[in-house]
Write a protein of this length. Sequence first.
Length: 551
Amino acid sequence: MTTALTSPTAALTTQLDSAKWSFSTRRVDRTQICGLDTRFAEARPGDLILAQVAQIGQHRRIQLPSGRPSDLFPGDLVVLACGARYAPDQFEGVAEIAADGADMLAGGGCIGRMTARNERIKPATRLLPKGRLLGQDGKPVNLEHFALPDPAQPSRIPVIAVLGTAMNSGKTLATAQLALGLRRAGWKTAAIKATGTGAFGDYNEYSDTGAQYVGDFTDAGMVTTYLEELPRIRGGIERLLGEAQQQGCEIAVMEVADGLFQRETAQLIADPWFQSRISGHGLCLWRCGGRRRWRGRAGATGAGPRPADRHAELFADGQPRGRGRHRHPGAAQVGSVGPRRGQRVCAAGECGLVARCMTPMPRLLAPGRRAPLARVTLLTLMQGLAAGAAAFATRALFEALHAGGPDLPLVPVVVLSLSGLVIASARIAAQVQGERLAQSYALDLRAALFEHAAGMAASDVAARRSGYSSLRFVGDMTAFRNWAGRGVPRLIAGAILIPATLAVLGLLSPALLLAVLPPLGVALLLIFVGGGVLRRCTGACAPVGGASPPR
């Protein structure tokens, strides 16, 4: 049973005025605070807690709603929200408050009980809870009470989701730069953080881009999304997108925190609603192995073995495992039985590190490229057949002129005209279809090159000249595009037209066929021998661990 409260006592007012309110409480209407209670065992995620700093630990400062950090000193009063946290490079904690003490899990304003920490950081800053803040109805004040309302209608604006293979993989930078680029391109852009733990760093970085609307999950009533249920996270995203649309935004860039195998992120990317709601996504790779594991292990549900995290044992299967020890970046996945085909274990054997050694080139005959290749080949064959028809028509016209008749025969003239029209039309269409085929292949090839480079050691990447890398992504693509869009269709057409032409020639003039075969055979022999020499030369010049030949 709760008792209605009218106004805070003078002592409570003094405490609230002197307290440092955290960034996660920025939406709270402080005039609604009317009392305190000490039923900490009943604290829920999002409840506001007044606490006193007992001992400075990892967090020496608190983030204020103004966007400025404030130094903390023993004895300071602070207002934070009860919540959990998942941060491989800092803490894991749960939304529990004990009367004899609690932990500051995040400088943005998250208080709870630390369950594990990275051994490289200090213990959490200790806080002494003074009480839960109560409203006029005598019930605990929760961030949810000040959250954005549910949208009347689902938002329709396009959404670009930004994900990463791990914490600190560049998601915030990518989100901010995408928002900046879209704004400069004339789009009214929203920059949103969908999951994570409340902090002003990412929020401020988004704001600096000039985005029309900036919001995060704290605006949806959550100090953290860790251990929240998927429907609530989904509802928070809907609220943020609804507010962005209400603010006139035309597109949203949305960051999803932590790595692909973190609990909420894995659930979210496997959720059909999320998959249908986003228009596109960007993936920030701390190492390319994360992308392979996501594609190979996550499946439709996101379940299965978690990767051993680079920071702590406690994240190996998503559950706490003590304080944790530092692990080699990209350590082998829990439950894996060894490197897959196309991978190798690092030479030094550090933690069974799995890295890619050979990156196969994309297949030209991928499902999306078979039909375009067939069309280009057919158009090339049409040109050859039309050229043959034009040759016969030309011979007929010369025979008519030699005969000295008064009029040219109509049929050869029509055939010659139509052949020229077919050759011109088929050539243009073949160039268009060939360029589409070539661009598709070049795009997959660039992605394969990028994934290969992302799996290389940073020192190896830094050792390569920027001009060399640029040629790999730009100059070399021209040769591959010409090979995919022009060379292969012409080879296929030639393999069909040359035998057909020889057969027709043999029917018309066997003597002429016998005269043509020797030089044609010599030419084919030179091509075959020259191709072998070229392959040996390129094989000798290629760097170790390079791409394998196309299939």
